[in-house]
Ligand binder design. Structure first.
Ligand code: ADP
Ligand code: MG
Length: 233
């Protein structure tokens, strides 16, 4: 099995708060991983550290067995960790062409990626006319332009209506079926069960469980989360 990312005793402290506490887990190629935990449990901080946008306090992470520098390795990672942000008065195609230019990648893949996320028929519409779900799908297309080894998504269905949620989950499954490894942060057990094969459960930055989604049980404190999920629906 090929290891995409290994995390060892990764810790992040903000003053006296330990947001991520000695977290260790490994991501193997071809699987769909969830980082599952309630709001404030350290999911985004973990993603931020491995993407080099948050400075770690201690511990380590290694991309692709350390065959290259983190900077080089991150060129093979697609990530959406913020709200989709594109130029409102430019079309989807124009926005993606700009991304290609900035990242120095060929623009030839734009239509293929727009098709993958179901936006080909809206490729010439201005970004500002897109719904939140469409914006999120465009962000996914953008993150896939350079055919990354792994796609990282932070709460990709937050704020979407049921149809938008369904579309995003379907797209994630499709991307996974095409062989791209996925790491998805979510506070929804339901989402992780529907989309992921493996899960890392964290609470207050501490790992409660790592393993197949099938192995989640009540001892991982998830009845509480399930109840929360239900309350949201
Ligand atoms: P999640 O993504 O699981 O909701 P976060 O990683 O965003 O959790 O946050 C984990 C904890 O770290 C929370 O208690 C949050 O308030 C805190 N935190 C996150 N970012 C900062 C920051 N820049 N400064 C101080 N505290 C932070
Ligand atoms: Mg978060």
């Amino acid at each position: 099995m090929e290891t995409i990312l290994s995390i060892t005793n990764l810790t992040k402290k903000y003053g006296s708060l330990t947001a991520v506490d000695n977290l260790s887990f490994t991501i193997e190629k071809g699987n769909v991983y969830g980082i599952l935990g309630p709001n404030g449990s350290g999911k985004s901080t973990t993603l931020g550290m491995v993407l080099n946008v948050v400075n770690k306090t201690s511990g380590d992470f290694l991309w692709f067995d350390g065959r290259e520098s983190t900077h080089e390795a991150l060129k093979k990672v697609g990530a959406i960790i913020e709200h989709p942000n594109f130029y409102p008065y430019m079309t989807a195609t124009q926005n993606l062409a700009l991304v290609c230019k900035i990242k120095d990648i060929p623009a030839a893949k734009i239509e293929e990626k727009l098709k993958l996320v179901g936006l080909l028929d809206r490729k010439d519409s201005k970004f500002k006319t897109y719904s939140l779900g469409m914006k999120q799908r465009l962000a996914i297309a953008s993150a896939l332009l350079n055919d990354p080894e792994i796609l990282i998504l932070d709460e990709p269905t937050n704020g979407l209506d049921p149809q938008g949620i369904h579309q995003i989950r379907e797209i994630i499954r499709k991307i996974a079926s095409m062989g791209t490894t996925i790491l998805l942060a979510s506070h929804l057990l339901d989402e992780v069960e529907k989309v992921c094969s493996h899960v890392v459960i964290i609470r207050n930055g501490v790992k409660l469980y790592t393993g197949p989604v099938d192995g989640i049980n009540a001892s991982h404190g998830f009845f509480e989360l399930r109840a929360k999920d239900t309350a949201r629906l």
